[in-house]
Design a protein around this ligand. Structure first.
Ligand SMILES: [Zn+2]
Length: 101
């Protein structure tokens, strides 16, 4: 098993997971529920990670992530707090300043 993608945004990680799975590659998310954990874990360590089950899928998965990066990052997101739509380049809601997670 190999980790091929990590991002602080669960939204993006799930997006990538869907894209990869659409190519019949088996993947899983590590640290999916680690965010919000208090204590010794640093913010970076608790980023959700995407892993391939089969190492032979690794190159293919990386390839797909690279080719879809532009698409992934161009996706608007909806604030869970106030339901405003935010541009993909915004990390916090322009309306209520809540983070995108
Ligand atoms: Zn908001």
């Amino acid at each position: 098993m190999k980790m091929f993608y990590s991002n602080e945004s669960h939204f993006l990680v799930n997006n990538v997971k869907n894209i990869i799975e659409a190519q019949d590659i088996k993947v899983f998310i590590k640290n999916e529920f680690a965010q919000g954990a208090i204590g010794e874990i640093s913010a970076f360590d608790s980023w959700p990670e995407l892993w391939v089950f089969d190492d032979s899928d690794f190159d293919h998965a990386v390839e797909i992530v690279k080719s879809s990066q532009a698409v992934i990052q161009a996706v608007d997101w909806t604030c869970k707090n106030c339901s405003e739509t935010n541009d993909a380049s915004f990390e916090i809601c322009w309306n209520c300043q809540r983070g995108n997670s």
